[in-house]
Structure formats: structure tokens, C-alpha cells
Design a binder for this molecule. Structure first.
Ligand SMILES: *Cc1c(COP(=O)(O)O)cnc(C)c1O
Length: 364
């Protein structure tokens, strides 16, 4: 029998979450963002649940190839564009749309030999200061692109830095509008947080939204609203089993460094899941976990292949019983990945993306 740890990808939850995002932005088309191997879920495993999207957006050319191999014939967008000249050949071969965010990418396009012009998304840096042309350089970039025979339609895009917090999108929206209003073409601005929090605004949802995290059932603004608030369902359940149990006496400690010491007699359960599986090592004692669908807590340090859980108040538990690290238990109880992330001082994004290659992933 293989090690009893597995990630189950819930196809119905992906469909539900995609539908939920469409409800928030009914007039617009949806890029399902599947970068980083579909946020750790696996491209092949999410494909069925997300094939109702209008296109797929990602960064990696190999992943674009995988999507085509899976049979997707619709739009695919490279969110960081091409990295070197020959990537454009693959764009032509696989019919990929790509972001243009700096001058050298325009140079590459101008040298690209193709009969079929390419769809591009010209990116403006409207305030995040990561990728994109400055508002002042945007016009000349557009004019240059527009003059190239290698370029078909030019769409316009930007990315919000603070759609998930109270600061919001107003300042970036106005920079974008001010410097792009007189250009033709489709627009794409919103990530998950912008769709859920500002989806009523047409200037936010525009022609295409680019949603990632919410499709996977994690709330983009967890400190303010949880996944239940947004009616999102976990797309991944990380489940394992108890592989050991130990009785502790008051004064006994658990695990490396002995960072948890029992104050009374109790039983700890040993779970087949550790940081080599992607469970965060910095999750402290008290991080939430489900045993047979009942909420309890982790104890002591997470080690490479195992972690420990408190079985106090769970008298009928035996070795082999189910442990849910996040997502939903077989019996249906929920433990949102955002709660585990918060306990570990991070966000759901990081936990799902960190799922290790050694963990078996299956879709249901
Ligand atoms: C990752 C990414 C998104 C998706 O963001 P979420 O917060 O996961 O919805 C959208 N646009 C760009 C450019 C991205 O890199």
C-alpha cells in the first residue's frame, strides 16, 4: 500500500467556483489562471472542472503545451509573455496569445517570421511596479506594436496590487483609464479579489477577468471575508491517515525540539504528512486539522514526513483513521486552506502551490 497521503481535486467544486465568479462578472469572459501547475492542483486534474472558462492563462510554455495536449483549442494567454526569441515560434505553433510588457519583447516580435499575426495583451504598469510599460511609455509601445505585421489585435491589460484590501483599485483604475481610454481593443484588469469585491463595476471587469485563487476555493481577502462568505468551495482536499498513536503523561514532550509538553495525560496521533509534502513547517502547535472530520489541533514541530495531532476528546480513534490537513473530510466537514495558512502566517496561495511532487493527486 502506498503512503496514505493524497490530494483529491474536486471537479464539481471547480465548476461551482467558476460559476460563482461568472455570477459576479456576468458580462465578461474569464481567463482561468492555471500558472504554477494550476496553483499546485495539477493541470490535468483541473482541466475538466475549468474547461467552461473562456481561456486559460499561465506563464510556462511547457504548461501551455500540456494544455494543448489535453485537447484545449481555445485561447491560451502567456501572462509574462515570451522570454526569448524562439518562444515566439512556439506561440505561432500552439496559437498562444502573449503579454507584452517591455520593449525587448516588441523587438523580438519585429524579428519573428510568421504568416499568421499574433494576439497580444499590452501591459501597463498602473502602480504595482512589477511588470508593464509606464503610463507615459504606453502610447509609444502601442504605436510600435500596431505597426508590426506580426501583430494582430492588441488588447490592453494591467494588474491590481491591492484589490484584496481596503485601499482598493481606484487609483490604478484611474491611471489605466487616463492613459488607455483612446485606444481600441479589449481590456483585462481584474484578478479574483477585484471580481469578488468590485465585480459590479464594468470598468473593473471589462472584457476579460483573470481569476486564479477563488476558482480553487480560497478567499482572496481571507482576513476580511472567508471562503464561505464568497460561497467558494475547496477544490483540493489534502487527506492522510494516522500511522501511529502515543500515550503521553503530563510532562512528556512531542517531536523535534520538544516544543509541546503535555500538561496532563493525553494521546497524540501521528499523521503521514510533513513539510516534504508541502505542509508548512512553521505551522505552530494549535494549527487546525480534522481527524475523522472532527476539528482538533497540531502539536509540536512539523517534521519532514510526519506531524502530530491532539486526540484528546476523540476516544474512539484508531490507527488508519482519516486526517484532513485542509479541504473537506470524506464525511463532508470543511477545513478551509485559508485557516491553516493563517495559522502558519501565510496565505492559501502558498500552501496549495507548495504541494510536493511526491503527493499523489487524483480528481474526483
Ligand atoms: C496570478 C495572476 C492572476 C490571478 O490572481 P488571483 O489573485 O489568483 O486571482 C491574475 N493576473 C495576473 C497577471 C497574475 O499573474
Amino acid at each position: 500500500m502506498p503512503r496514505p497521503l493524497q490530494a483529491v481535486i474536486h471537479t464539481q467544486a471547480l465548476r461551482h467556483n467558476l460559476g460563482r465568479l461568472r455570477q459576479s462578472a456576468p458580462q465578461t469572459r474569464v481567463w482561468a489562471v492555471v500558472k504554477a501547475n494550476a496553483y499546485g492542483h495539477g493541470l490535468a486534474q483541473v482541466f475538466d472542472g475549468l474547461r467552461g472558462a473562456d481561456g486559460f492563462a499561465l506563464l510556462d510554455l511547457n504548461e501551455a503545451q500540456t494544455l494543448r495536449d489535453l485537447g484545449w483549442r481555445g485561447p491560451v494567454l502567456l501572462l509574462e509573455g515570451v522570454f526569448e526569441q524562439r518562444d515566439l515560434e512556439l506561440c505561432s505553433r500552439l496559437d498562444l496569445w502573449h503579454v507584452v510588457h517591455h520593449e525587448a519583447q516588441i523587438d523580438m516580435l519585429s524579428k519573428h517570421k510568421t504568416q499568421v499575426p499574433q494576439r497580444v495583451f499590452l501591459k501597463m504598469n498602473s502602480g504595482m511596479n512589477r511588470l508593464g510599460f509606464t503610463p507615459q511609455a504606453f502610447r509609444s509601445a502601442w504605436v510600435r506594436l500596431n505597426a508590426l505585421p506580426q501583430v494582430d489585435e492588441i488588447s490592453l491589460m494591467t494588474h491590481f496590487a491591492r484589490a484584496d484590501d481596503a485601499h482598493g483599485v481606484e487609483d490604478q483604475l484611474s491611471v489605466f483609464a487616463q492613459h488607455s481610454n483612446d485606444f481600441p481593443g479589449e481590456r483585462s484588469l481584474a484578478n479574483s479579489a477585484a471580481v469578488l469585491r468590485h465585480g459590479a463595476r464594468e470598468d473593473v471587469t471589462a472584457d476579460w477577468v483573470r481569476t486564479g485563487i477563488a476558482m480553487y476555493g480560497s478567499s482572496p481577502d481571507h482576513g476580511l471575508h472567508d471562503a464561505a462568505h464568497w460561497d467558494l468551495r475547496p477544490a483540493m482536499s489534502l487527506r492522510s491517515r494516522l500511522v501511529g498513536m502515543q500515550p503521553l503523561k503530563a510532562g512528556d514532550s512531542v517531536g523535534y525540539g520538544g516544543t509541546f509538553t503535555a500538561t496532563q495525560d493525553m494521546t497524540v496521533g501521528i499523521v503521514a504528512c510533513g513539510y516534504a509534502d508541502g505542509y508548512p513547517r512553521h505551522a505552530p502547535t494549535g494549527s487546525p486539522v480534522l481527524v475523522n472530520g472532527v476539528r482538533t489541533r497540531t502539536l509540536g514541530r512539523v517534521s519532514m514526513d510526519m506531524l502530530c495531532v491532539d486526540l484528546s476528546g476523540l476516544p474512539s480513534v484508531v490507527i488508519g483513521d482519516e486526517v484532513t490537513l485542509w479541504g473537506c473530510a470524506s464525511s463532508g466537514e470543511l477545513l478551509c486552506i485559508d485557516e491553516v495558512a493563517a495559522a502558519a502566517g501565510t496565505v492559501g496561495y502558498e500552501l496549495m502551490c507548495a504541494l510536493a511532487a511526491r503527493v499523489a493527486v487524483t480528481a474526483d
